[in-house]
Design a protein around this ligand. Structure first.
Ligand SMILES: Nc1ncnc2c1ncn2[C@@H]1O[C@H](COP(=O)(O)OP(=O)(O)OP(=O)(O)O)[C@@H](O)[C@H]1O
Ligand SMILES: [Mg+2]
Length: 108
């Protein structure tokens, strides 16, 4: 199992979530974050904004589904401009469905 961590433009979130649901991946966690990339934030006039609002999606997935999911996120999240975000893929050691006690991929 992997955890896909996707940091996205907030205005792309709905489109990404809809596409994932349509493709059979309805389960996810979303939260609002602030971050910066290699441009170190943004300067508008006299104001420098050190960090910008982004949306973070967590999606736990079978190894064999990771390419499909990251493809959808990339496709639906992209504008082609700086600040489109990033995807990180992390190994998951265990998952447990609290209601039933099921473990591993059966929880996905
Ligand atoms: N190395 C990193 N570690 C953790 N979070 C990151 C990292 N790089 C980017 N992020 C997160 O992703 C968000 C968007 O990053 P962004 O797309 O601006 O990356 P970038 O490397 O500057 O690429 P680009 O040149 O396309 O803007 C950041 O605001 C931050 O929340
Ligand atoms: Mg950037």
């Amino acid at each position: 199992m992997k955890m896909i961590v996707a940091i996205l433009r907030p205005d792309r979130l709905k489109g990404v979530e809809d596409r994932l649901k349509e493709a059979g991946f309805p389960s996810l966690t979303e939260f609002s974050v602030r971050g910066r990339g290699r441009q170190k934030g943004i300067t508008i006039g006299d104001m420098h904004y050190e960090k910008l609002p982004k949306s973070c999606l967590l999606i736990a997935a079978k190894d064999g589904d990771v390419k499909t999911i990251t493809g959808i996120v990339t496709d639906a999240g992209k504008t082609g401009h700086i600040g489109d975000g990033k995807i990180f893929v992390i190994d998951v050691e265990e998952a447990i469905r609290i209601r039933t006690g099921e473990q591993g991929e059966a929880t996905l």
